[in-house]
Design a protein around this ligand. Structure first.
Ligand SMILES: [Zn+2]
Length: 478
């Protein structure tokens, strides 16, 4: 018995020694892995610093407290996003000054350089990146500042006059009032809650959810808006001032029209009569583009001097008061609800997808589907400079120029080349598939819709700096 016990004790001792040795060798002592940084920009060919890499925003919950023009705007915005790779450092765009940040509810450190905000997610396990690829996370930023101050003003996204201010602009405007992945390739749903002094109105993109006394602060009102289909950040806007508002339901959809009371009473009435044409314009556009992609509609006419005529902000385009009465303008911006706001750009040099097609939809609605005169008007433009630079790469300085006339002309030529049946079927399918798409995607989509090879056609119309020759292949001669 004794020997047995001794033997057993010896075996156990050896086993214990081996186990101890193994335990000391394995696993390796845990050390921190290198920090994983999402890019400080998405590398867009025209705006490389726009947005941030490594994640995909699902939703923005934006809460701001606004006062008179020139006063500080305070905000708390929560972004819900999916990490598309392992991440520790998340880059957002924000023009105002960040005050505090949390990631998944945990306090986070951050650094702000210009309009770039890098938020460092705290690691729960020092050996692992804070945000594993494929996982959903939230970032909450507290911030404040005067959106009208600083360099972004030069981009024409902040406007003020009297007691009114409006933040709206393309390619950038969102980061003037909330942190964002400010690039068209990342569409998301959004809700906006704006606290304003009592009696002041706050108008945004989206459906009006509630408005009334701000329950969290006496003497203030609160307005809540919601964009319930994913859209791009430049399709949001904030307007604070005094507005004449009309709302109701048309074609089963709620609408809200708002017109600045800085306009004369007769201009206000004229603007509201004009905006009342929105539902019928949408019905006409649906014939070409298929079902309208949002749950609400409306229009906004500001009392400030926008440097553009209109902007396709989601569910509620922003119109310059110079454009009141223009059906072309109404049709153009509403066409963007499909073409730009829900079918979005992959990069800014894909802008033909937005403006070429929306301008053509505008031509179609204005001419009862027969814009031959519009086409001939553009095609007969003789100057060499008119036909350059190419639409597929106009350069950042010329991005928003010839795409409004050579763009729809190219689309009309495409229709001539494809034939009406194939063309209109192709257009509707394109407009009904939300998501980020490139110009190359559009070429392929059109090419797949016809037995012809459209490579040469698109090269002539999109890649060259000369007027395409008057040939059948170029869609100029039927
Ligand atoms: Zn447009």
């Amino acid at each position: 018995m004794e020997r047995l016990w001794l033997t057993l004790a010896a075996v156990l001792a050896v086993l214990a020694l081996v186990a101890a040795l193994l335990a000391s060798r394995s696993p390796e002592p845990a050390g921190p892995s290198p920090e994983v940084r999402g890019g400080a920009g998405l590398g867009d060919p025209y705006y490389p610093h726009a947005g941030g890499g490594g994640y995909d925003v699902q939703h923005y919950a934006v809460q701001v407290r606004a006062g008179a023009p020139g006063s500080e705007l305070q905000g708390t915005t929560t972004i819900t996003a999916t990490a598309v790779q392992d991440l520790d450092l998340v880059h957002l765009d924000l023009h105002l000054t960040a005050r505090a940040a949390t990631v998944n509810g945990l306090p986070a450190t951050f650094e702000q350089r210009g309009d770039d905000l890098g938020v460092r997610a705290p690691r729960v396990d020092p050996a692992k990146p804070a945000l594993p690829g494929g996982g959903v996370f939230t970032v909450t930023i507290d911030y404040a500042g005067d959106p009208g101050r600083g360099a972004m003003q030069n981009l024409g996204a902040y406007y003020r006059a009297g007691n009114e201010f409006v933040i709206a602009g393309e390619p950038f405007s969102a980061s003037l009032w909330y942190p964002a992945n400010d690039h068209p390739s990342d569409a998301a749903t959004m809700d906006f809650t704006v606290s304003v002094p009592k009696g002041v109105e706050a108008i945004c993109a989206g459906r009006l959810i509630t408005h009334g006394a701000d329950p969290s602060e006496a003497g203030r009102d609160r307005w809540s808006w919601q964009v319930d289909a994913p859209t791009v950040t430049y399709a949001s806007f904030l307007a604070v001032g005094q507005y004449r508002i009309e709302q109701g339901i048309a074609d089963g959809r709620p609408f809200v029209h708002a017109v600045s009371e800085r306009l004369s009473a007769s201009d206000q009435s004229k603007a509201l009569r004009w905006l009342a044409g929105t539902p019928s314009a949408i019905r006409r556009l649906e014939e070409y583009l298929g079902p309208y992609p949002f749950s609400g509609t409306g229009g906004f006419v500001g009392g400030v001097d926008f440097y553009w005529a209109g902007l396709e902000t989601a569910m509620r385009p922003v119109y310059s008061n110079r454009g009141i009465g223009s059906d072309d303008l109404l049709n153009h911006e509403l066409a963007h609800m499909w073409l730009g706001d829900t079918v979005t750009l992959a990069q800014w040099n894909d802008l033909f997808d937005n403006e070429g097609l929306a301008s053509y939809a505008q031509w179609l609605t204005a001419t009862d589907s027969d814009p031959g005169d519009n086409f001939r008007g553009v095609y007969s433009a003789g100057s060499r400079s008119f036909w350059s630079p190419p639409l597929s790469d106009p350069g950042r300085e010329h991005l928003f120029e010839r795409v409004y006339d050579r763009g729809p002309a190219a689309v009309h030529a495409l229709r001539s080349r494809m034939g009406d049946q194939a063309f209109f079927a192709m257009l509707k399918v394109w407009a009904q598939q939300p998501g980020a798409r490139s110009l190359e995607d559009f070429r392929r989509h059109a090419d797949d819709a016809t037995p012809d090879d459209l490579t040469g056609f698109f090269r002539e119309w999109l890649d060259e700096s000369d007027r395409p020759a008057a040939t059948t292949d170029n869609g100029v001669v039927r």
